[in-house]
Design a protein around this ligand. Structure first.
Ligand code: GLU
Length: 426
C-alpha cells in the first residue's frame, strides 16, 4: 500500500511558494537574521536525472527523476520518494522544506529532503517498476547513503520499491547497506510499527490536543479524507487509541458517511476488492463527496491525502474542532487565518504526520546497530517524541498568540537556524 496518499497532487497552488510564505511569517515573529532567513528559504542542493528504462515490449521509455536536499545542517537529509505523473520540482522542493521543519520540530538529528519520479505506477508492470526504481538509484546513489541522504516511501511508493532500491545501492557499494533507505520490510531491516507510524503519531497529537481543549476522545466523531497509508491507519488507530467513532471516510473517487460509525477494516476490505471506499454502503453508510466530508460537523477532521484541499473558499465552512493534518500541505495560508479566527484547532502537517519519519529515524538507528526493538519500545519512544513536540508547539502558540503552524515553524526554524549559525554558514 502506498504511503501518505492515494490521490494526486493538486497543482493549482505553487506549494514551494506556500512554504516560503509560511517561513517568512515565522521569520518575522522570530525576528530572524536576514542572512539566516535567506539560507533557509532555498534548497541547498538538487539533482535532476534522466532515466531510460526498458519496457516489457522492448521499447525504451525516458523518465525524469529528482532529489532535493533542502537542508542538512542538523544531520543527513531525510524524506520520501513520490512516484506521480504530475510530479514537479517545486512540489518536491516544498516537501523537502517541510521535511526539514518536520525533523527539527520532533528534534531528531536529521535534515530534510524529498525526491520523486514523474511516472504513473498504474501503467507500469511490476518488472518495469523494478527497473525504474533501480535506474533511479544508479543515478542518485552517488548522493545517497546513511550519512548523507536517506529516502523512504511516500505517495505511490512502498516497502517493495524501498527493497529494490536498497538492493541496487548495496550492489553498487559491494556490501549490504540497509540504512540507505527506510520503510523496508521487517525481513530486511525494517522497523516494527513503521507501517502505521504516520497515523500513530497523528493520534498521539490528537490525544494531546483533545486534553488541552478539554475534549473527550472516547466517542468523539472523526472524518478522514483519503484512505491510503495515513488515512486507513488513522481510521483503525483513531478507533483503537482514541476511542473515536469514524463517521466518514473517502478517497479520490468519493466517500461514505455513517453517524453510527464505519468499520475501518471492512472499509479497507471493500477498497481492496473494488478500488475505492466510495460504494461501501452495505452496512448502512450513505455516499458523500470529498467536499461535503471536509465540511461535516465533527470533533476531528483528518485530511490525509491531497495538498491544498482547505482553501479560502471552504475554510469558513469547516466545523471540526480539531483539524489533524495527516497529509502534507492540505491547508493554504489564507485558509489558516480563517480557521484560526473561527477557533478551529489545527495540528499542522509537519507535526501531525511526523510519526513516519520518527520511526524511520528509529529504523536508521536499528540498522546502524544491527539490533532491533520490539513494538513496545518503538511505540513508547514514538509517543514520547511526538508528545514533547506537540507541547513545545502548543506552548509556543499560546505564548506568542499565533496559530499552531507559525508556532511549529518557530520551534523548528529556531533549531535549524541555530545549527546553520553555529556551523558558520550564515
Ligand atoms: N514520506 C514521509 C513523510 O513525508 C516519511 C519520510 C521518511 O520516513 O523519511 O514524512
Amino acid at each position: 500500500m502506498a504511503e501518505e496518499s492515494s490521490q494526486s497532487p493538486n497543482s493549482s497552488f505553487n506549494l514551494f511558494a506556500i512554504t516560503q510564505t509560511q517561513l517568512d511569517a515565522a521569520a518575522e515573529v522570530l525576528e530572524l537574521d536576514p542572512a539566516l532567513h535567506a539560507v533557509l528559504r532555498e534548497p541547498l542542493r538538487e539533482m535532476h536525472v534522466t532515466l531510460p528504462v526498458r519496457m516489457d515490449d522492448g521499447s525504451i521509455k525516458v523518465f525524469k527523476g529528482y532529489r532535493v536536499q533542502y537542508n542538512d545542517a542538523r544531520g543527513a537529509t531525510k524524506g520520501g520518494l513520490r512516484f506521480h505523473p504530475n510530479e514537479t520540482i517545486d512540489t518536491i522542493r516544498a516537501l523537502a522544506a517541510w521535511m526539514t521543519w518536520k525533523c527539527a520540530v520532533v528534534d531528531i538529528p536529521l535534515g530534510g529532503g524529498k525526491g520523486g519520479i514523474a511516472c504513473n505506477t498504474k501503467e507500469l508492470s511490476s518488472s518495469e517498476l523494478e527497473r525504474l526504481s533501480r535506474a533511479y538509484i544508479r543515478q542518485m546513489g552517488r548522493i545517497l547513503g546513511p550519512e548523507m541522504d536517506v529516502p523512504a516511501p511516500d505517495m505511490y511508493t512502498n516497502p517493495q520499491i524501498m527493497t529494490w532500491m536498497m538492493d541496487e545501492y548495496s550492489v553498487m557499494r559491494g556490501h549490504n547497506e540497509f540504512g540507505v533507505i527506510t520503510g523496508k520490510p521487517l525481513a530486511l531491516g525494517g522497523s516494527r510499527l513503521r507501517n502505521d507510524a504516520t497515523a500513530r503519531g497523528g493520534m498521539y497529537c490528537i490525544r494531546e490536543a483533545a486534553k488541552a481543549l478539554g475534549i473527550e476522545t472516547q466517542g468523539a466523531t472523526m472524518a478522514i479524507q483519503g484512505y491510503g497509508n495515513a488515512g486507513q491507519y488513522a481510521a483503525s488507530l483513531g478507533q483503537k487509541i482514541l476511542g473515536a467513532t469514524i463517521v466518514a471516510i473517502s478517497d479520490s473517487q468519493g466517500g461514505v458517511y455513517d453517524p453510527d460509525g464505519i468499520n475501518p477494516y471492512w472499509a479497507l476490505e471493500h477498497k481492496r476488492k473494488n478500488g475505492s471506499v466510495k460504494d461501501f454502503t452495505a452496512t448502512g453508510a450513505t455516499p458523500i463527496s470529498n467536499q461535503e466530508l471536509l465540511e461535516l460537523d465533527v470533533d476531528i477532521l483528518a485530511p490525509s491525502a491531497l495538498e491544498n484541499v482547505i482553501t479560502a473558499r471552504n475554510a469558513g465552512n469547516i466545523k471540526a474542532r480539531i483539524l489533524a493534518e495527516l497529509a502534507n500541505g492540505p491547508t493554504t495560508p489564507q485558509a489558516d487565518d480563517i480557521l484560526y479566527n473561527h477557533g478551529v484547532y489545527t495540528i499542522p502537517d509537519f507535526l501531525c504526520n511526523a510519526g513516519g519519519v520518527v520511526v524511520s529515524y528509529f529504523e536508521m538507528v536499528q540498522n546502524a546497530y544491527d539490533y532491533y526493538w520490539d513494538d513496545q519500545v518503538v511505540d513508547e519512544r514514538l509517543d514520547t517524541r511526538i508528545t514533547q513536540a506537540f507541547h513545545a508547539v502548543h506552548k509556543r502558540a499560546q505564548e506568542l498568540n499565533v496559530n499552531n503552524r507559525i508556532a511549529a515553524y518557530c520551534v523548528a526554524v529556531e533549531r535549524v537556524a541555530e545549527a546553520v549559525r553555529l556551523r558558520g554558514w550564515a
